[in-house]
Design a protein around this ligand. Structure first.
Ligand code: GLP
Length: 243
């Protein structure tokens, strides 16, 4: 009986928690993202616990985001999520900080007259020229986010001629512009067919949408919307006492 093994003092007390711990150790040691776990029936047999307990433990791991149920197919190990801390950081730095190699595919880049919502976000006049950059961002080759950003031409002349990998790095190295602060909102979204295709997720899969205005001192330098995969990303924030 694998559950009866004498073990450390922190062995959980309920069967449900024990099965959960066991499955989570199994995931850590033997399984990789995308692998299926054994069927409920075979877990019941192997662990000598009831089907209800196995189901509860699996549900707990689904709730924790470690497993996902695919209807009519089975239960699979999810990939790791990238914790986005609510600091002003770039995609590239965020991924590198987690040991992942950031990548960029430029989907579209060009100059245009700022439409009203962009002008409003950037604090410029409607019709002022902006660079529009649409990129697919990857981590170790896996699509993570689709990003659409607008940048005032006045501040970044010649931007389109550059290789648009990390924009914040280019701003710093080529223009001496350092992003110092930002204001952003994050809300839930669902993948339309375009996002599904770009991000490699099913249609209607949950996304985290981030809208950001980024500042360098007193000047707004970016107005951007990013669609992050809901299964690969989560927002982490410090909650501090209300002032
Ligand atoms: C985040 C923000 C984007 C910003 C990007 C810059 O992803 N959501 O608004 O454009 O970082 O990252 P990088 O310097 O890698 O282009």
């Amino acid at each position: 009986d694998p559950l009866a093994e004498p073990d450390s003092a922190v062995r959980p007390s309920t069967k449900r928690a024990q099965v959960k711990l066991m499955l989570s150790e199994l995931i850590d040691s033997k399984l990789r993202a995308g692998d299926a776990i054994d069927s409920e029936r075979s877990l019941v047999r192997r662990l000598g616990v009831s089907r209800v307990t196995v189901r509860q433990a699996i549900s707990d791991l689904v709730a924790d985001g470690r497993l996902e149920r695919v209807h009519g197919k089975g239960t699979y190990v999810t990939g790791p999520r990238v914790d986005s801390r609510l600091h002003l950081t770039s995609f590239s730095r965020e991924m590198r900080a987690r040991g992942l190699e950031p990548g960029t595919r430029v989907l579209d880049a060009g100059e245009m007259d700022a439409p009203p919502h962009v002008a409003n976000g950037l604090g410029i006049a409607t019709g002022d020229r902006v660079v529009r950059v649409e990129r697919l961002r990857t981590a170790d080759g896996t699509p993570m986010a689709h990003e659409l950003g607008y940048y005032p031409c006045l501040q970044f002349p010649g931007l389109l001629g550059k290789e648009l990998g990390s924009l914040y790095d280019i701003f710093a190295s080529d223009y001496g512009v350092i992003a110092t602060s930002g204001e952003q909102s994050v809300f839930a979204g669902a993948a339309d067919s375009n996002h599904a295709r770009l991000l490699g997720v099913p249609k209607r899969a949950p996304l985290l949408v981030q809208e950001r205005v980024t500042w360098a001192g007193e000047r707004a330098i970016e107005y951007a919307t990013s669609w992050y995969r809901g299964d690969r990303y989560r927002i982490h924030m410090a909650v501090t006492p209300h002032g």
